[in-house]
Write a protein that binds this ligand. Structure first.
Ligand code: SF4
Ligand code: SF4
Length: 381
């Protein structure tokens, strides 16, 4: 398993994370065996937003004696009422169900305390201006949650939250359909013709969000990485062609600031399937054929960070340099964290030999040499 730095923290999390949603309703032995298999595969981060008591308790059993092997992303604001999952703005309920989470998980701390599903501006204001944020900050101060985040399906709201500077992480729905299409279009299952009409390269709101996360050192963990399975089916995918798990995971991990791709797993076999990404070949993880189905995307000459242009005789990480360049553009000072990330690269754009080899290999017509010159101008090296 490969590991990644988690935003501005010193933590290293596994590229694949265990999404526990589908363990709800499973028997105790299954929950225990899936968590055990995940840990054995090197997965060290899991998400539990579920409020259902039994799955919480089963996860606690699974983690007993192994708590230090698994970082927990646990949610505040999800509740269990009348035998159903729900969300609340009532601070007493938030507190009750967070304490319930700790008790059932048999732990006295949560690594990443996520304020659950902040999906519209009113909820964001009510949460950030009210007792829920104060409660979360108090938990962080006393060490009961180590880091603070939110989960959201709304890029605009998530960006506002990130720009508050209060968050260490966000859980965000990330997949190529969400980046290229408005999320609402994906649920409508547009025809290929509609996709052509609607796609205009990457959604600018989402791009701003990625940029904000990178600038603030705010880590992203992904959800809907496989598009709830829609992207894996040619009859349902908005691209009219099925992607593989490996392609979806690779796409998510190529986005700026993404630390871990959370995959829902409910069997030991599914754990093995997700963990197999770690040893997949570049051919198996290549998602560019899907993006090429969007003519507007391929016409933009925009880098999609796929690294098809490697090898580079100057050993440049061409995708990473362009990722930083995109996050720094178009004007204004380069955020210090971004400058520091750029400077930590082993080789920077100033070393480009202008051989043009990369441009002959790039499937998206990116003018790499121009981009390397822009990077030198922007970052000074
Ligand atoms: S320049 Fe082209 S091949 Fe290289 S990372 Fe960007 S899109 Fe991929
Ligand atoms: S033009 Fe520059 S970035 Fe592209 S392959 Fe040559 S040295 Fe590498």
């Amino acid at each position: 398993m490969r590991y990644r730095k988690f935003g501005h923290t010193s933590l290293e999390v596994s590229e694949i994370g265990l999404g526990c949603e589908h363990l709800e309703g499973k028997d105790t032995d299954t929950v225990v065996s899936v968590v055990q298999a995940a840990m054995d595969a090197g997965i060290n981060i899991m998400d539990c937003f579920m409020s259902e008591p039994k799955v919480r308790s089963d996860l606690g059993l699974a983690l007993q004696g192994s708590r230090q092997r698994m970082m927990i992303q646990g949610h505040l604001r999800s509740v269990w009422k009348n035998g159903q999952y729900g969300r609340t703005m009532d601070i007493d309920e938030v507190q009750f169900f967070f304490e319930d989470l700790l008790t059932r998980l048999r732990t006295d701390y949560i690594d990443f305390g996520m304020i659950h599903m902040v999906d519209n501006e009113k909820d964001l204001r009510d949460i950030f201006d009210g007792p829920i944020l104060q409660y979360a900050l108090a938990l962080k101060k006393q060490g009961t949650i180590r880091y603070l985040g939110i989960s959201s399906h709304n890029s605009t709201v998530a960006r506002l939250a990130v720009e508050s500077g209060l968050l260490d992480c966000i859980m965000l729905s990330v997949n190529p359909a969400y980046d290229i299409l408005h999320p609402a279009h994906m649920t409508l299952r547009p025809s290929k013709e509609n996709l052509v009409d609607q796609a205009h390269g990457i959604d600018s709101e989402r791009f701003q969000l990625y940029r904000a996360c990178q600038s603030h050192g705010c880590a992203i963990t992904t959800m809907k990485t496989l598009g709830a399975g829609i992207l894996l089916r040619s009859d349902l995918s908005p691209f009219g062609k099925a992607m593989t798990d490996h392609q979806c995971i690779h796409y998510a991990l190529d986005r700026p600031a993404v630390a871990s791709a959370m995959i829902g797993m409910k069997t030991v076999e599914e754990v093995a399937r997700a963990a197999a990404y770690d040893t997949a070949s570049p051919k198996e993880t290549d998602y560019t054929d899907i993006l090429r189905l969007s003519p507007n995307y391929s016409e933009t000459g925009a880098c999609v960070y796929c690294n098809h242009c490697l090898p580079c005789p100057a050993s440049l990480d061409i995708a990473q340099i362009q990722k930083y360049l995109d996050l720094a553009l178009p004007s204004g000072p380069v955020p210090p964290t971004l400058q520091a990330h750029y400077e930590s690269l082993e080789h920077t754009a100033i070393e480009c030999l202008e051989c043009g080899r990369c441009e002959r290999s790039c499937p998206f017509g990116v003018h790499v040499r121009d981009r390397m010159r822009q990077a030198v101008a922007r970052f000074g090296k």
